[in-house]
Design a protein around this ligand. Structure first.
Ligand code: FAD
Ligand code: NAI
Length: 507
């Protein structure tokens, strides 16, 4: 009984400590220190985007060293790894959004934010044209912002490879409005399939959910969709249950090409059990409002065209370069061979330019376009810029001390010591090592409370899949959420979903 009492008290104590931590974090969030305006004589550092790369930079940047201006059409940071869960309402979208103004309010020196899209970067004159694309516009909708230093972190857009019908008829899965559109369309299909006197073949079409692209986005979405149907829709609308079908179409011979063979096999086996049909070696060539046409290569190498009717089509075939980046590429002769984004050097400087850096999906640094890479690149640039500012400060200090500026008579010996110390510091900070990416592993949710993980383990790799990996996936993503507020909201969404089920109201 004594042991039991001890553990009970320990549990109470932990709950009090955790709750206290959350309340304290909330208080700090709402009442950050007063900000001051940076010296206007300092350089203007413009940051484009509020995604993984840019926000990682802003988090670690000492904003008192520059006049920082952030420009993005999105005034929030989005925790993309949990976006597939928003398509079914397993997580509410606001739980994975963090307002950028909240992030910037916590910086030492104030930062300007403009909600706008950069439409043109003039690298020669160091000016960016920005446009307010929102529905509500004031008298000025387009203007220019000059910069001394520029960081491009605009991410990428959805690749469609110019395939006819894709833009008009598919849903994408990159941003919050995409997830909301999918959530609405799923329920639209379900309600229309359940409509009185709906013909059998139309019910089958409406309930056929097709996902194109067997990368992690497509796989995670297919898994979430099947969970939604099995856990909620089939109970609420049982009469349509036998007709519900998910098909994943992939051009390559297998899904999740970046995972180890063992995990690919595990995913394909799990999908079979979940009744998600995988069509590999199937390249979609055309999309209409109700059908997908794919060229399938058989085991004998013969190709045939198949036509698949669908109710919902989600297109997840990877990234393409944004127009503003394409335009910049065309201005820089050194980038004439760049097709996938801005080629950068080992300090993330855009090749062929001065004072322009690029991070994340819009940069080609030799790594996969992932959040992990983008955030490490952003953090690297913050260290680099903090160092550069400190270097300039020390150089000015040395110059002033050596020329006797601000020196009181009889203080020459003290000045010499100060110069020596400043020079020592300068040597140390000038030695900035190039960017080095440290891969922590890949994780993906595959449905039925199972996940796959290829995690870096000492000098090797640990591959695991199943329910335990799912718990790891949940705790890893919960801990990686941007703020305590996000963590609490996501955890509450998970509990809410378990207790009450997902909300199937169609907006
Ligand atoms: P983004 O995060 O896309 O941010 C780009 C920013 O630029 C946005 O704020 C955008 O509004 C802004 N912008 C766009 N155009 C302009 C413009 N013209 N001017 C100014 N600003 C502009 N990676 C992982 O490592 N792990 C995962 O689990 C994972 N899950 C994912 C799930 C989904 C559904 C998706 C779509 C991606 C996932 N990724 C994951 C990939 C990851 O999200 C990206 O690699 C990452 O977001 C790239 O960061 P970024 O900063 O380059 O771009
Ligand atoms: P992707 O590029 O990883 O995969 C796209 C897939 O679509 C490819 O396998 C390709 O063969 C296939 N494809 C292309 N055209 C096709 C066509 N016409 N017909 C059929 N299939 C076609 O794209 P995804 O999944 O959007 O991921 C983008 C990036 O984000 C990747 O770097 C990925 O690693 C990262 N990401 C990581 C996640 C994770 O770690 N859990 C989750 C989601 C994305």
């Amino acid at each position: 009984r004594r042991t039991f009492r001890f553990f009970r008290r320990l549990t109470y104590l932990s709950v009090i400590v955790i709750a206290g931590g959350i309340i304290y974090d909330g208080y700090i969030d709402r009442h950050p220190d007063e900000q001051f305006d940076p010296d206007p004589k300092k350089k203007t550092l413009v940051v484009l985007g509020t995604g993984w790369g840019s926000v990682a930079l802003l988090k670690k940047l000492d904003t008192s060293n520059y006049n920082v201006v952030v420009i993005s059409p999105r005034n929030y940071f989005l925790f993309t790894p949990l976006l597939p869960s928003c398509t079914t309402g397993n997580i509410e979208h606001r739980s994975i959004m963090e307002p950028v103004r909240q992030i910037l309010r916590h910086k030492k020196a104030s930062v300007k934010f403009y909600e706008a899209e950069a439409t043109k970067i003039d690298a020669e004159n160091k000016v960016i044209t920005i446009t307010d694309n929102s529905e509500v516009q004031g008298a000025t909708a387009t203007t220019q912002v000059p910069y001394d230093m520029l960081v491009i972190g605009v991410g990428a857009e959805n690749a469609t490879f110019g395939i006819p019908g894709v833009r008009e008829h598919s849903c994408f899965l990159k941003e919050i409005p995409d997830a909301q559109a999918i959530r609405t369309k799923i329920m639209d299909c379900v309600e229309s399939a359940a409509f009185k006197d709906q013909p059998e073949d139309e019910v089958s079409r409406l309930l056929h959910m097709v996902v194109v692209g067997g990368g992690p986005t497509g796989v995670e979405f297919a898994g979430e969709l099947r969970d939604f149907f099995d856990e909620d829709i089939s109970k609420l609308v049982p009469e349509i249950a036998p007709k519900f079908k998910v098909t994943l179409i992939e051009a390559l011979p297998n899904v999740l090409p970046m995972f180890s063979k063992q995990l690919i096999d595990y995913t394909e086996k799990t999908f079979k059990e979940e009744q998600i049909e995988i069509k590999t070696k199937a390249m979609v060539k055309k999309v209409t409002d109700k059908t997908v046409e794919a060229e399938v290569t058989g085991a004998d190498g013969k190709k045939e065209i198949i036509v698949i009717p669908y109710g919902l089509l989600v297109w997840a075939t990877g990234n393409a370069v944004r127009p503003v980046v394409k335009d910049l590429l065309s201005q820089i002769p050194a980038q004439k061979d760049s097709r996938r984004g801005l080629a950068v050097n080992e300090y993330l400087v855009v090749q062929g330019t001065r004072d322009i850096w690029a991070v994340g999906d819009c940069a080609v640094a030799g790594y996969a376009p992932t959040a992990q890479v983008a955030s490490q690149e952003g953090a690297f640039l913050a260290r680099l810029f903090n160092n550069m500012a400190h270097t300039e400060e020390l150089e000015t200090q040395i110059r002033e001390l050596s020329t006797g500026l601000n020196l009181k008579p009889g203080n020459a010996a003290e000045a010499a010591t100060q110069i020596e110390s400043a020079e020592r510091q300068l040597r140390r900070i000038k030695d900035v090592k190039p960017f080095h990416y440290s891969h922590q592993g890949s994780l993906a949710y595959i449905g039925s409370e199972r996940a796959v993980a290829d995690v870096a383990w000492f000098n090797g790799n640990l591959a695991s899949g199943g329910k335990l990996t799912y718990l790891f996936w949940r705790s890893a993503y919960l801990s990686m959420c941007f703020s305590t507020r996000n963590r609490v909201l996501v955890a509450l969404d998970w509990v809410k979903g378990k207790v009450y089920g997902r909300d199937v109201s169609r907006l």
